[in-house]
Design a binder for this molecule. Structure first.
Ligand SMILES: Cc1ncc(COP(=O)(O)O)c(C=O)c1O
Length: 353
């Protein structure tokens, strides 16, 4: 008899994204900060922190100051992927109902299913914004409602006042808002955790903070919720290199905020350039946009990769033809435009104006 995993695992697929062979290429496929903050990384790490189990107090104090919340409302995790998984494993019993928007960040349905949740999925509207009325009507009887704001891949934002009204109207539902891209969007519901005992906000150091390879996330929420999550979390899932880098980055948080702002300024420039060439875009509020290439999406993804530029065809998550492009440096965006223009010249009918 073969050894089989749990029934729910038999039906799951591994995270589908192409993650290998990306070094040295123009990486506009995973919404990372493409240059980061090299000076702040592990150079700041004292020797003793490698042979000693990590300590978190110092970083928690800095995170608390940066995000203006009490240290008791902070839990550090190994990226926000771990945060989302812990939340699902802590609060969902098999058969509990969870609400998500579709499409959404793929880890959300994955972890909720793993925890045994029955998913109630509310499709986005035709302009890829959240269907607020649809979500509102799906909420009765729900244990967990999980959304990213801005969402991935749409870049759509949930209005803070709507999140607040849902939390108040459904006190028995845990609302989880993943703010991986809020540093770019400049919008956050973090300050609401003080008054809402059923709200968790998750942030990551993988995007604006440039630490995707070191893995650091944060769950913010009231202490009783975090106490439950701590029972599930392994004690040292965040390593000392991540602690040291984040600590040094938080000392120069102004530079991180300024870099995120510059990325968004570059985003506006590249979007207008594309629109002036007749392309249809979904701009959203994250550090990426969706470019509609119609039937040529898959072909373009492959063509760009061959020419050293990585983008992601999101057709399978959305509707036919949307390619997600992260915003990199000026030089990287120039390279992206050159590749697109060359593609256009070889495929003149594919410019989806
Ligand atoms: C909405 C959202 N949340 C979380 C993540 C993953 O973040 P982390 O690297 O902290 O696990 C991503 C990555 O693309 C994302 O798009």
């Amino acid at each position: 008899m073969p050894i089989l995993p749990r029934k729910v695992v038999q039906d799951l697929q591994p995270y589908p994204a192409p993650k290998e062979g990306r070094y040295g290429l123009v990486r506009l496929d995973f919404n990372e900060n493409t240059v980061g903050f090299p000076d702040a990384y592990t150079a700041s790490m004292p020797d003793s922190t490698v042979c000693t189990y990590p300590e978190y107090g110092g970083l928690i104090t800095k995170v608390s100051k940066q995000f203006e919340v009490s240290p008791e409302s902070i839990l550090l995790t190994n990226g926000s992927d771990e945060a989302l998984t812990l939340v699902a494993l802590t609060f969902v019993d098999p058969g509990d109902v969870a609400v998500i928007s579709r499409p959404c960040f793929v880890v959300m349905p994955h972890t909720l299913k793993l925890a045994g949740a029955t998913l109630r999925e509310v499709a986005v509207r035709s302009d890829f914004s959240f269907d607020l009325e649809g979500i509102g009507s799906a909420l009765p009887g729900v244990k967990v409602a999980m959304f990213a704001s801005p969402e991935n891949p749409t870049g759509a934002v949930l209005p803070p006042e709507v999140i607040k009204s849902w939390c108040e109207a459904f006190p028995g539902t845990l609302f989880v808002i993943d703010e991986a891209y809020s540093d770019y969007a400049g919008i956050s519901v973090l300050s609401m955790i003080a008054e809402l005992p059923n709200l968790l906000v998750i942030k990551t150091f993988s995007k604006a903070w440039g630490m995707a390879g070191l893995r650091l996330g944060v769950v913010f929420g009231q202490a009783p919720l975090l106490d439950y999550i701590s029972r599930v979390k392994m004690p040292y899932s965040v390593n000392s290199a991540a602690i040291a880098s984040a600590s040094s980055l938080l000392d120069r948080a102004d530079a991180v905020v300024a870099a995120a702002k510059q990325t968004m300024q570059r985003k506006v420039r590249i979007e207008s350039l594309l629109q002036s060439r007749g392309y249809t875009l979904v701009t959203g509020s994250a550090n990426s946009f969706l470019l509609n290439l119609g039937e040529a999406a898959e072909k373009f993804e492959a063509f760009a990769r061959k020419n050293g530029v990585l983008v992601r065809n999101r057709t399978e998550a959305l509707t036919l033809g949307y390619v997600r492009v992260s915003v990199g440096t000026d030089e990287e965006m120039k390279k992206f435009m050159e590749v697109l223009i060359e593609f256009e010249s070889l495929n003149p009918l594919q410019n989806n104006s």
